[in-house]
Design a protein around this ligand. Structure first.
Ligand SMILES: *Cc1c(COP(=O)(O)O)cnc(C)c1O
Length: 556
């Protein structure tokens, strides 16, 4: 551990440490899990605070008529690796004392992670259910969960005798920890609000994750006060922190002395998006990275480093074969190892346009009917997102329409994520720019020599050398604002523009290179690996966090 380095307490709603440890839903959790593992690899003085989700995240159930619905396991999941710290904390929620037990997890080569759990005898009725489902509730339920994470988390640190120098709010769910830090100073040290705020700001850093409006939570003050999230603060003070209605992201930016976004393009987008928040911390860009021990396959990465074409292809085919076997077992569909396999796994959110490639059957039909292009999809919709579920329904319909070349794997999780990002030939991403904040699955793919074919959004503009280490969908990328008309018209034109570019690159570059120029393809795999293995590792990312936000030279 470097001398003089600050001790960091990292707060996050979800952690993806291991596929079957279901306290994560997707990108945010996987990033947090990678952060924790890398902190351990680098021997950093960092602990994590999270929640032990009783029923995890929703499972995907399909029924006739296609629309998937959510299901949750009935039983509390049993994890034998949880260590009992013996510590319990209480948080006053809806004027009731809610108790949370604190567990510790060190099982996955991660820095110490403390998880709060309200599923206890002493909590009655609704209170024991607070930590039931990740993102499974809204309003009261969500706020109660966030209060346990935030307020309970700070109190857990105190009881565990962990003295943090830096409180890192990873996304806005933990911002009530800032209110708790204020309460300590105002109540215990008799400070005035403004002075206490200044002191709190010296210790807080904040990461903003999503340029999508719905991803940025807002709550009514009435509800926050009723829940007890105000603690001892009054409405003027809470409005000063988070505006009215209360914006969780604005609050994070005001509590923090330093803030960051998760890619360079996102730095620009985030600074524009939050420009109106007075007193906000400056937002610097720290591009996400992935934990190589978790996400890369030694067999292919060493072959790519050696550079022998035959060896690379044989390893790649072997790993691709394992994915194809997995798909056969799960879905009963036998894909062809010698045909192009394109992967697409992401949360089914409208801006991600998972089904874009199917938009014009006149163009794409022949490729899918012949199997010249094979597609494998995975991804859940947010439990409350009906449009997202319609997208999944459409993907299932496409899998029926092209039964030999299109598959949808249900219950996207870390296991499927790992199999896909090493076993496909191509990793496809076609979000509406600039809505993709970062997109770490593409980094996993790139390191394993799986070539990215992506809109220049999120992390990809920082890595893409078009035609050399992957491909851009449209080398002159556009946003809806580049088109004329009302909102719907502009979106429609953008979708048309991106679709044209998608077909162009897929059919005129990707397919011919794959089938007719394998040497070039393998060269591109090597370039893809070389350009990303260091640069988009969590190793590099964590060093950036220490340099730019945990102990930076400049702050607010
Ligand atoms: C890597 C990963 C993600 C994040 O990938 P994005 O590119 O941001 O969508 C989400 N879910 C799982 C299971 C992953 O492994």
């Amino acid at each position: 551990m470097a001398k003089g380095e600050p001790k960091v307490a990292y707060f996050c709603m979800e952690y993806g440490l291991e596929s079957d440890f279901k306290i994560y839903s997707g990108g945010l959790g996987v990033l947090a899990g990678d952060h924790m593992k890398t902190a351990a690899d680098q021997d950093r003085d960092l602990v994590g605070i999270g929640i032990l989700w009783k029923q995890g995240y929703n499972e995907q159930v399909f029924r006739e008529g296609y629309r998937p619905y959510n299901a949750y396991p009935n039983e509390k999941m049993n994890y034998d690796f949880l260590e009992d710290t013996g510590v319990k904390v209480t948080v006053e929620i809806r004027e009731r004392e809610v108790t949370a037990k604190v567990w510790k997890v060190t099982e996955f080569g991660n820095a110490d992670l403390y998880l709060l759990d309200t599923d206890l005898e002493e909590n009655f009725g609704a209170d024991s259910w607070i930590t039931d489902r990740l993102y499974g509730g809204f309003d009261e339920h969500r706020i109660a969960q966030e209060m346990v994470l935030s307020i309970g988390g700070v109190r857990a640190l105190r009881k565990l005798d962990i003295e943090a120098d830096v409180y890192h709010f990873n996304d806005s769910h933990p911002v009530f920890a800032g209110v708790e830090l204020l309460r300590e100073k105002m109540k215990d040290e008799d400070m005035f609000f403004e002075d206490a705020m200044e002191e709190v700001q010296e210790d807080v850093v904040f990461t903003t994750h999503t340029p999508v409006k719905a991803g940025n939570e807002v709550h009514s003050h009435k509800l926050l006060r009723y829940m007890g999230a105000y603690q001892h603060l009054n409405i003027e003070q809470m409005v000063a922190i988070g505006d009215a209605p209360f914006s969780m992201t604005a609050a994070g930016l005001r509590f923090a002395r330093n803030a960051n976004s998760v890619a360079s393009l996102h730095e620009q987008t985030a600074n524009e998006m939050w420009d109106h928040v007075d007193g906000a911390a400056p937002i610097v860009g720290i591009t996400n990275g992935v934990h190589r021990g978790t996400w890369t396959d030694e067999r292919i990465t060493s072959a790519l480093e050696e550079g022998d074409h035959e060896e690379i292809w044989s390893k790649h085919q072997e790993i691709k074969g394992e994915l194809i076997d997995f798909i056969a077992e799960r879905n009963g569909v036998e894909l062809d190892n010698d045909k192009l396999l394109v992967g697409f796994a992401r949360r089914a959110a409208p801006y991600k346009r998972s089904d874009l490639i199917f938009s014009d059957p006149d163009v794409i039909d022949e490729y899918l009917n012949s199997g010249k292009i094979q597609l494998v999809f995975a991804g859940k919709a947010h439990p409350l997102d009906d449009t997202g579920k319609e997208i999944v329904a459409n993907l299932l319909e496409m899998a029926e329409k092209y039964p030999e070349s299109v598959v949808f794997l249900r219950d996207y999780d870390m296991e499927i994520g790992a199999l896909l990002t090493r076993g496909c030939d191509v990793w496809l991403n076609n979000p509406r720019r600039p809505k993709e904040a970062s997109g770490t699955s593409g980094m996993k793919a790139a390191m394993n020599g799986v070539l990215n074919v992506s809109i220049l959004d999120g992390w990809w503009p920082e890595a893409c050398r078009h035609g050399e280490n992957g491909w851009a969908i449209g080398t002159d990328p556009k946003t809806a604002d580049d088109f004329e008309g009302d909102y719907d018209e502009r979106i429609e034109k953008l979708d048309e523009y991106d679709l044209e570019n998608l077909y162009d690159v897929m059919l005129n570059d990707v397919v011919p290179t794959y089938y007719d120029n394998q040497d070039k393809w393998i060269d591109m795999m090597i370039e893809s690996h070389n350009d990303t293995f260091e640069k988009f590792s969590a190793d590099r990312m964590l060093k950036d966090y220490y340099e730019l936000v945990y102990s930076p030279e400049e702050s607010k």
